[in-house]
Write a protein that binds this ligand. Structure first.
Ligand code: HEC
Ligand SMILES: [Cu+2]
Length: 351
């Protein structure tokens, strides 16, 4: 193959990659459009390092091209050795100190930002949320208010919210690209940092540490509400009593099935009595369930009948898990979808 053809082909491959990757910048799932304090800090550092690197690139390329053109052997010119400059103390000092200075320009702000973001000395004055990562789902406890949610994390806009991270099994990593950097969730020690969202909205969160076969399905959402909506949401959640729920007859049968089949051993509704499985208190208001599924009846029936088929290695289907008829699963699904303790839903964040 001719060399220009090979080059053209390489260019085509690179070009298509660029187009493909350009599609990755989903709003609410990108560090490139920061919507929170931590993400903004990261973005500033990204810009700083890009500027420094571009500067180095430009200088080197300019020198290279200048040398290539200016010192090229002219026609009829004799080959000669240029003046040798090895051992020049001045030059050695110059090109050792320039990289050191450049590295310092990048390192000092980076280290300062790291320490600043990990500083939790004022956590007492702010909202605190205990986050537990599990294979393959997230649990959020709003300690001061004695409420809990799973998969969807609710926070008020413009407020510093401290996240205390722990894992129930292996190492996971909490990452909401639009709002902040990543932080590991370890089994043996609590890691703390804060997030602060500038705008209401629904932000996508991910587990950023390979934690098992369904790692890529361990997504969650951060629902950022206005101050009033958040307070309303909190009050509704706190005062919710699932026994007072007005259910239609199908959902009522679903609830009986739910209770008879010991779903409550692992799932709590209306309180936080167990966290072996996700808290289902506001299941009817979920953005997603199981990390990636739409909360529709069909998906839910599929899940209840055979969770393993839907999400590999998930910890729901133990050996004693019942076999359900489709109608039974539909009834349970009906019940779970009617768990709507509050009129403040993710829609309030995205309106
Ligand atoms: C052994 C404990 C256990 C039992 C018993 C159990 N579950 Fe689960 N359940 C889990 C775990 C763990 C998950 C999280 C799976 C994941 O997403 O990886 C889960 C997830 C779910 C979800 C999705 C929740 C969400 O928001 O992502 C629903 C709905 C659910 N279970 C319903 C039920 C029903 C109905 C029963 C009873 C028939 C039941 N579960 C019995 C442990 C259990
Ligand atoms: Cu994980």
């Amino acid at each position: 193959m001719k060399s220009w053809m090979r080059r053209l082909r390489a260019l085509a491959v690179l070009g298509s990659f660029a187009i493909l990757l350009a599609g990755c910048g989903k709003e609410n799932l990108t560090a490139m459009i920061p919507k929170g304090y931590g993400a903004e800090q990261s973005m500033d550092l990204i810009i700083l390092t890009t500027v420094v690197m571009s500067f180095v690139f430009l200088v080197v390329i300019t020198l290279l091209i200048t040398v290539l053109i200016r010192f090229r052997k002219k026609k009829d010119e004799e080959v000669r050795n240029p003046k040798q400059v090895e051992g020049s103390v001045l030059l050695e000092i110059v090109w050792t100190s320039i990289p050191i200075i450049l590295v310092l320009i990048m390192a000092v702000p980076t280290v300062m930002a790291e320490f600043h973001l990990a500083d939790d000395s004022d956590s007492e004055e702010h909202m605190n949320i205990n986050v537990t990562a599990n294979q393959y789902w997230w649990h959020f406890e709003y300690d001061e208010d004695e409420i809990a949610t799973s998969q969807d994390l609710y926070i008020p806009v413009g407020e510093k919210v401290y996240i205390h991270l722990l894992s129930n099994d292996v190492i996971h990593s909490f990452w909401v690209p639009s709002l902040s950097g990543k932080l590991d969730a370890n089994p043996e020690n609590t890691n703390t940092f804060f997030i602060e969202a500038y705008e209401e909205g629904i932000y996508y969160g991910k587990c950023a540490e390979l934690c098992g076969p369904s790692h890529s399905l361990m997504d969650f959402k951060v629902i950022v509400l206005s101050e009033e909506d958040f307070d309303q949401w909190k009050d509704d959640m706190k005062s919710f009593d699932p026994d007072q729920l007005e259910l239609d007859s199908v959902a009522q049968e679903g609830r009986d099935l739910y209770e008879e089949n010991s779903c409550m051993n692992c799932h709590a509704i209306g309180d936080n009595s167990t966290d072996i499985g996700p808290n289902l208190t506001n299941f009817g208001n979920r953005e997603n369930f199981a990390g990636y599924l739409d909360p529709t009846k069909e998906e839910l029936v599929r899940w209840i009948m055979d969770p393993d088929e839907v999400k590999e290695d998930n910890k729901m289907k133990n050996p004693g898990y019942p076999e359900f008829e489709k109608e039974e699963a539909e009834k349970i699904a009906e019940y779970l979808l009617q768990l709507k303790p509050t009129s403040v839903t993710p829609d309030n964040a995205s309106k």
